[in-house]
Design a protein around this ligand. Structure first.
Ligand SMILES: Cc1ncc(COP(=O)(O)O)c(C=O)c1O
Length: 402
């Protein structure tokens, strides 16, 4: 039986009440809770605006589509990004009609480096977007990324789906570029089941994302005021047509709207975000100290008090005495749940097989981690006994293999 899960979610009194409040309000589709969450999330990250959408993938697609409209980007626009990420990042690039270009990652922090981005740009000087991913909570060196962008006339958008609250030079990641995205999927630090958000300081991007998430319709209000008999856009319309902004669309959009239940749950978790961050961070420190004796076999996670850890990522060192498959199987059989570190998208995911030949020799660190990396839980519900249990399980499996 699994004792230590990769993630956990507990519905306490506050969460139950938040869900019941939505039922009692009589409105379950997007409304006040959603706009409350948007304001609270923008406040937490430190940006002017935040737009909630129904998943992190939708946030990526809405953000990329907003860039497409704002900058008149053509199909085939190149996006420099990481090969080591959850596949949604790359799927969203393709779904928007753009093409990913991969820069290799740092072998320890697992995120793209300024050097690898410069090398990728040498091969693709026509790229227009840089899309760094703050994987596992680790911050990309955003000052250098923004400098490279400025020098090369590039737009920067952050995927901070896995990095809720990570601090980079005093500011939260996701808010360090033109726009950033988050996922509040159940396994993430601030959980809503399924939900995402786009943050930005740019009023044009904000308006575009709001339209894109709602079919490209011509509304502009934060929350629809029609139920109270007022419509600002309609009331200011001077033409003769039978104009209804809800059913007039000036750009092509999607339905990425959220349910009030998601926003209500997100609000309850956001209240605890600092505690969640702290607990996960302390757990990583504790596990690192307990497992330090195994550091000749395992690359333990790089530790920083400023990282908001999604999980506890480890990488089997070169020439290891055990395969990842066997180690994961033994951990799971002993009660510790594991997940592979996503895989290197262009060379290890079947969906992107058509890129394999181009990248097979270009991104060795991503390939290595994609094959030898995995993660276990460090979540806020783990107690000291659970962490000690994890340490003892790792030791039992690995110590006699030394
Ligand atoms: C890096 C990254 N980007 C995007 C996403 C997509 O988020 P969602 O699952 O909410 O669609 C995820 C999900 O885990 C992710 O890890």
């Amino acid at each position: 039986m699994i004792r230590v899960r990769v993630g956990d979610f507990r519905l306490g009194e506050k969460e139950r009440k938040a869900l019941l409040d939505v039922i009692d309000s009589g409105r379950i589709s997007e409304g006040k809770k959603t706009s409350d969450f948007e304001k609270a999330w923008a406040g937490y990250i430190g940006t002017r605006f935040s737009v909630a959408v129904n998943s992190g993938t939708s946030a990526l697609m809405a953000g990329l589509t907003a860039l497409k409209y704002k900058y008149n980007l053509k199909p085939g626009t190149k996006v420099v990004t990481t090969p080591l990420t959850f596949i949604a990042t790359i799927n969203a690039i393709y779904a928007t009609g753009f093409v990913p270009v991969f820069a290799d990652v740092d072998s320890h922090t697992m995120v793209i480096t300024p050097q690898s981005v410069k090398e990728a740009l040498k091969c693709e000087p026509g790229a227009r977007i840089l899309l760094p991913v703050h994987l596992m909570g680790y911050p990309v060196d955003m000052d250098s990324i923004n400098d490279i962008a400025k020098a090369n006339n590039l737009i920067v958008m952050e995927d901070a789906a896995q990095a809720h609250g990570t601090i980079y030079k005093g500011k939260k990641v996701g808010g360090l570029s033109e726009l950033g995205i988050y996922s509040f999927y159940i396994a993430h630090n601030v959980q809503a089941g399924e939900m995402g958000a786009v943050v930005t300081n740019d009023a044009q991007i904000f308006k575009l994302v709001k339209k894109i998430k709602a079919h490209g319709r011509m509304c502009e209000c934060e929350v629809c005021t029609r139920p109270s008999g007022v419509c600002r856009i309609l009331d200011s319309y001077k033409g003769d047509a039978d104009f209804d902004p809800r059913f007039c669309h000036d750009i092509i959009g999607f339905n990425f709207k959220v349910m009030e239940f998601q926003a209500a749950l997100g609000l309850t978790q956001l209240e605890k975000a600092d505690d969640i961050f702290k607990k996960r961070n302390q757990n990583v420190k504790y596990l690192n100290s307990g497992l330090s004796g195994l550091s000749d076999i395992l690359q333990l996670p790089y530790y920083s008090p400023e990282v908001s850890y999604l999980a506890y990522p480890v990488v089997l060192k070169d020439g290891s005495v055990i395969s990842r498959k066997k180690l994961r199987a033994e951990l799971e059989a002993s009660g510790v749940e594991t997940r592979p570190l996503f895989g290197c998208v262009p060379t290890q995911q079947k969906a992107y097989e058509f890129m394999k030949a181009e990248y097979i020799k270009k991104i060795p660190n991503a390939q290595y981690i994609g094959t030898n990396g995995f993660y276990v839980g460090c979540h806020q519900y783990l107690k000291k006994e659970d962490l000690d249990f994890m340490i003892s399980v790792f030791k039992k499996i690995l110590q006699d293999k030394k």
